[in-house]
Design a protein around this ligand. Structure first.
Ligand code: PLP
Length: 410
């Protein structure tokens, strides 16, 4: 039976409702702005929802600008470090090791540029495009080799040696596979390479322990599971031991010691702030801080537990409803190595995505054939997942659905 009210059937709506009733994080759902149309939102892995507290905080930050004008700067100026300290515990870093600034792309450029020497730049061919593009650019500028390997990163076969710089995503943006961060870090270090992690699809959803794994460098974004809003600044992590030895390739005045002395040659500040470039976005930093606070309040252990339960439900509904309609699971079956989204693949994925959006369900599409269903445990409910999958099943079962036009923006 499916779609029914038998609570003993784990694939019934009644069971989903019971899971919601027992969910210790259920109360967090109302801490987010609910959209009037009641969209079923499974795209928090692209852009998280707006926390209610953030809306108020942004209004207050705008008022502060209006009231204080340039007099506000003495309090605003430390926001990238302060916000980094708020984010640090969510990725296993210490205070003073995380800076919130610029985009993930720019932060990756800064870290690769700070550590690259004559060795090769290494990444997997399946890594997120911006990561590969940054490496392509730096390799061309410096005349060093770019080595892109096929398949998922594996500690036993990681193709790097002394002086190489490796960039890996902790959670794969397409499949949601979680890389073995401690093992890969150990392998890179043992081979004399420097490894930079991209945590964009982890932070706020999948626990990360950078210091526990002796990780040296990382970047990530805040607008996904940290709910900091469109275009919110990303972050970078530099282990404290390394900071003094590294220089950002973007030497800006916000990383300069005695910044307002104006006349002096570049001499970067001692700590993490040396990776600042230009004026920080004070309003959106306030949103990052609120997002980090909300995540910390819920706790990553509880978030991860619910994320696993939600993705298990998606996998079970895929097997029961979607596989018979020609879908394939594009994510790991083992929840231990699955992040907070599940990809379900079908040759008509784009057409189904358009139809889902029309039906009031927001998934995410990644070409050529993947529908990503992201769950954000602070606001995604079990009933929401159930209803979204039921809508997808109904759409995929139609034999009269015309192909959607190819143009798309996602
Ligand atoms: C893994 C990963 N890295 C980097 C980015 C891009 O970051 P930004 O556009 O903020 O530079 C994304 C965006 O979705 C991503 O998923």
């Amino acid at each position: 039976m499916d779609g029914g009210d038998d609570v003993d059937d784990p694939l019934s709506r009644a069971a989903a409702e019971a899971a919601d009733a027992a969910d210790p994080l259920a109360g967090f759902r109302e801490r987010f702005v609910a959209d009037a149309a009641g969209v079923l939102y499974l795209d928090g892995n692209s852009l998280g929802r707006l926390p209610v507290a953030t809306r108020a905080r942004l209004a207050a930050a705008a008022d502060e600008w209006g009231d204080r004008l340039v007099g506000g700067w003495p309090e605003w100026i430390d926001a990238p470090e302060r916000t980094g300290d708020a984010l640090a515990p969510l990725i296993g870093a210490e205070p003073g090791e995380v800076l919130v600034c610029d985009s993930t792309t720019v932060n990756l450029f800064k870290l690769v540029g700070a550590v690259a020497g004559g060795g090769a730049l290494v990444t997997d061919r399946g890594n997120f495009p911006t990561d590969r593009h940054v490496l392509e650019g730096i390799a061309a500028q410096r005349g060093v080799a770019l080595r892109q390997f096929d398949g998922e990163p594996d500690a036993a076969t990681l193709p790097c040696g002394p002086g190489d710089v490796v960039v890996l995503s902790h959670v794969d943006y397409r499949s949601g596979t979680v890389a073995d961060l401690p093992a890969l870090q150990a392998a890179a270090t043992e081979r004399g390479a420097t490894l930079i992690w991209d945590l964009s699809h982890s932070a706020g959803a999948v626990p990360v322990d950078l210091r526990g794994a002796s990780a040296e460098l990382a970047v990530g974004c805040t607008y996904k599971y940290l709910n900091a809003g469109p275009g919110a600044p990303g972050y970078l992590y530099v282990a404290s031991e390394l900071q003094g030895a590294l220089r950002s390739p973007i030497q800006g005045w916000f990383g300069q010691s005695d910044q307002f002395a104006m006349e002096r040659d570049y001499d970067p500040v001692p700590g993490i702030a040396r990776f600042l470039a230009g004026t920080p976005p004070i309003l959106q930093l306030a949103a990052v801080e609120e997002g980090a606070k909300l995540t910390a309040e819920a706790g990553l252990a509880a978030i991860r537990e619910k994320s696993v339960a939600l993705t298990e439900l998606i996998v079970a509904l895929h097997d029961e409803w979607l596989e018979p309609l020609g879908f394939e699971l594009g994510s790991p079956r083992d929840p231990a190595v699955r992040g907070s989204h599940v990809s379900v693949d079908h040759p008509r994925a784009w057409t189904f995505t358009r139809a889902l959006i029309e039906a009031g369900v927001t998934p995410d599409f990644r070409g050529p054939d993947s529908i990503r269903l992201g769950v954000a445990p602070l606001y995604t409910s079990f009933a929401e997942v159930f209803d979204a999958l039921e809508a997808l099943r109904a759409i995929a079962a139609r034999d009269d659905l015309p192909d959607a036009p190819p143009a798309r923006v996602t």
